[in-house]
Design a protein around this ligand. Structure first.
Ligand SMILES: [Zn+2]
Length: 471
């Protein structure tokens, strides 16, 4: 049971998940339905069942009944996340009606709703946001139900509402109207959505209505022609308990910069994720100056940054050393020069609590000695549990340094080397390093490396790693 999983490992990369071997257990459970199960067996199932289940477009009726059965067994409140790939040929209403009272469910994600009537039927069947329903966290992904979206059938008791990849202005508006009708709301997330001036006004009202409640806010990759996302910063500054902020914005005006300063220096943020932001020299210098005062920040991400001054960017990375509680750092799709890589190495070796380093697409022509320094620096961060070096064209010459690093990090569980230039020989060396460790890895991603097609080497790696993602 321990090795079961009902959803893909690198789930972010897949648009649709296909029902595969991982659902076999669901089929088996369905076979048991209707028979008397011993309390012992029920206990084992409830204890070990995975807490995230993805119901795909090609799931059979027995998968669905298996899900219903699992949810009736698990007693831990708000522990299960369910994702549905909605499909015109399937009717999930009966399953959802069964699920609405399962107290174990915490989060429901509905992908690709296309039929407006059926979609509202699903919301009604789940009793989303209703007083007696447990479904208080909802994620709607890629709605495509044309213009003139109907009012959404969502109660007033939501905790978290999330809308992702919405191309329809009327749907975005309906979603925001449902959000402003809430009694209180903790999390609001808009990612990659199309918004107009009407949406801007409702969103401003939401920020004004829940200054004491909203803790998690994402306004990421918004497409809007009639306003700038930075206009929200003054409203966000009024959120007194904000602990997670994820935002995309272009250059800031002086007033917007002072709102941003207020948000950061209020020192309530634990997580800051800046995606597709444009930073001038002055903004970078300001961030460098603010970091020493942000003592609560634990997670910092820079994704797709546009940086106008490389010296100021280097200083900003250098001042990350002042974030003493930092546990995770992500830099993605942002080029780092060799000099900045050196600065980052020295910063990482000073961060005592760092557990998670995620670097992806930060440039592919780094001098090998700079990368070697980076791996050495990380090797000294003894609390690391997850590492990613993705899409960086790292080649075999650096595998010895990676092996040394992997051997020295006892707590390392997840390692991503996705999209590099490792041969089968280098990956075999990695398997020897894994063999020497006392703990095995949980996930190793070596997909899109030339050597990952070698079955013999993959088998060697699997000896000391629960799941190897390979070509
Ligand atoms: Zn299935």
């Amino acid at each position: 049971m321990e090795d079961m999983r009902f959803q893909p490992l690198n789930f972010s990369k897949l648009r649709f998940y296909s029902c595969s071997q991982s659902h076999l257990v669901l089929h088996c459970l369905n076979e048991l339905a209707g028979r008397d199960m011993s309390d012992g067996l029920k206990g084992v199932l409830a204890e070990n069942c995975p807490l995230r289940v993805h119901i795909s477009r090609d799931c059979s009726i027995s998968c669905i009944q298996g899900v219903s059965m699992i949810c009736s067994l698990i007693k831990k409140i708000n522990s299960v996340c369910l994702t549905f790939d909605l499909d015109e040929t399937k009717d999930f209403v009966p399953l959802m009606k069964q699920l609405k009272r399962c107290e174990c469910i915490s989060y429901v994600q509905l992908n690709n709703p296309k039929d407006r009537i059926k979609f509202n039927d699903y919301l009604r069947a789940l009793q989303v946001g209703r007083m007696l329903s447990c479904v208080r966290m909802l994620n709607i992904v890629r709605p495509d139900i044309g213009e003139k979206a109907p009012e959404l059938n969502i109660g007033w008791h939501m905790r978290t509402m999330r809308l992702v990849e919405c191309e329809s202005l009327s749907f975005s508006r309906r979603f925001l109207e449902a959000a402003i009708g809430q009694k209180s709301i903790w999390g609001l997330h808009l990612v990659d959505c199309l918004l107009d001036h009407g949406c801007l006004e409702v969103l401003q009202q939401i920020l004004r209505k829940f200054p004491q409640h909203i803790r998690y806010l994402s306004i990421l990759s918004i497409r809007a022609s009639s306003f700038r996302v930075a206009e929200f910063l003054s409203g966000i500054a009024g959120l007194r308990k904000l602990c997670t902020l994820e935002m995309s914005f272009d250059e800031l005006s002086r007033q917007e910069e002072s709102s941003f300063e207020y948000i950061l220096l209020k020192n309530t943020l634990e997580k800051l994720r800046l995606v597709k932001c444009t930073f001038s020299k002055e903004h970078l210098e300001a961030l460098s100056n603010w970091f020493p005062q942000m003592s609560t920040l634990r997670n910092l991400s820079f994704v797709c940054l546009v940086v106008h001054d490389s010296i100021a960017f280097q200083q900003m990375i250098c001042s990350v050393r002042h974030l003493h509680c930092l546990e995770s750092i992500t830099i993605e799709r942002t080029s780092l020069s060799d000099e900045i890589l050196d600065v980052l190495s020295s910063v990482l070796s000073e961060l005592n609590d760092i557990k998670w380093v995620y670097l992806a697409k930060i440039g592919s022509d780094h001098h090998p000695s700079r990368l070697q320094n980076l791996f050495r620096a990380i090797a000294s961060c003894k609390r690391i549990t997850a590492l990613a070096f993705a899409d960086m064209q790292i080649n075999d010459a650096l595998m010895p340094s990676i092996c040394e690093m992997v051997e020295s990090l006892e707590d390392l569980r997840d390692l991503t080397l996705w999209k590099n230039a490792f041969s089968a020989n280098a990956l075999e060396d990695l398997s020897v390093a894994l063999e020497r460790r006392s703990n095995s890895l949980n996930i190793l991603d070596i997909k899109d490396n030339e050597g990952s097609r070698n079955e013999r080497v993959v088998k060697l790696l699997q000896k000391n790693c629960r799941s190897v993602i390979h070509d």
